[in-house]
Design a protein around this ligand. Structure first.
Ligand code: NAD
Length: 254
């Protein structure tokens, strides 16, 4: 990398505006931290008010936090309008909010839970990406990153089918959105493996189960939120300017 390129890498995010859904914890928080460190202004939409308040206290006017249930189109529309009013529009979007949902098998199918998980994980992606389209800011370099999962190709653990299906649909939508938004914006997705965050701790239950899973990963450990965030920031940045419609595994070789 030339000295000029290295400098461009350091400065690309200054004066850029990003929206991170579910950015108050885990992977979304790590992406928020890295973007703020690079000089971006970050709007964080999450349902956890305690964590949103902590973020605001930590980063001041570099962040704009708002309690938003991303499964509500009306709430997403209102939040996007407030970002556009305050900061002139949206340059980058990370569709990150997600839930595992209650584990269930087909003989135990709960239609309400099915609707809830699909609304949070999947419908939200339509709502937030439509908001991104409605509120352009910069003429160039706009980009979207979606959080799929390796569950999109494995089908997930038994009982995790709704989550896995939502992540498969996100991988598909990455292709659909990338076609529709080109050449004005790029759309890519990450497929994390097992990352040490609350969503995973809730799913695994105990540390022994996590250790057993780690032994099945070629790199022999769970990933960290920061490692996923590094990949997300690269996909958002001009360093990946010719990468579009891609699903990138961040899964330790699994
Ligand atoms: N952790 C993993 O192993 C892993 C693996 C693959 C994919 N992913 C995906 O990465 C993304 C982030 O996961 P994480 O591990 O950081 O989870 P996390 O539980 O730590 O964070 C998810 C965030 O989303 C927020 N959220 C949940 N429902 C919401 C709603 N209706 N509206 C707004 N915000 C909402 C939560 O409050 C939380 O802050 C998810 O989409 C997840 O499916 C995670």
């Amino acid at each position: 990398m030339t000295r000029e390129n290295a400098h461009a890498q350091d400065t690309w995010a200054r004066d850029r505006v990003a929206v991170i859904t579910g950015g108050a914890s885990g992977i979304g928080l790590a992406i928020t931290e890295q973007l703020v460190a690079l000089g971006a202004r970050v709007a964080v939409w999450d349902i956890r008010t305690d964590r949103l308040e902590a973020l605001q206290a930590r980063f001041g006017d570099r962040v704009m936090v708002r309690q938003v249930d991303v499964s509500s189109d009306a709430e997403v529309r209102a939040a996007a309008a407030s970002v556009a009013e305050a900061w002139g529009g949206i340059d980058h979007l990370v569709n990150n909010a997600g839930v595992i949902g209650r584990l269930m098998r087909l003989d135990d199918l709960d239609a309400d839970e099915l609707d809830r998980v699909l609304a949070v994980n999947l419908k939200s992606v339509f709502y937030a990406t439509a908001a991104f389209v409605r509120h352009p800011r910069s003429a160039e370099g706009r980009s979207v990153v979606m959080l799929s999962s390796i569950a999109a190709r494995t089908g997930g653990m038994v009982g995790n089918m709704v989550y896995a299906a939502s992540k498969g649909a996100i991988a598909t939508l990455t292709k659909s959105f990338a076609k529709e938004l080109a050449p004005q914006a790029r759309v890519n997705a990450l497929a994390p493996g097992i990352i040490d965050t609350e969503i995973q701790q809730a799913s695994l239950g105990d540390p022994a189960a996590a250790a057993a899973l780690a032994s099945a990963i070629p790199l022999e450990r769970l990933g960290t939120p920061g490692e996923v965030a590094e990949a997300a920031v690269w996909l958002l940045s001009p360093a990946s300017a010719y990468v579009n419609s891609t699903l990138l595994d961040v899964a330790g070789g699994r």
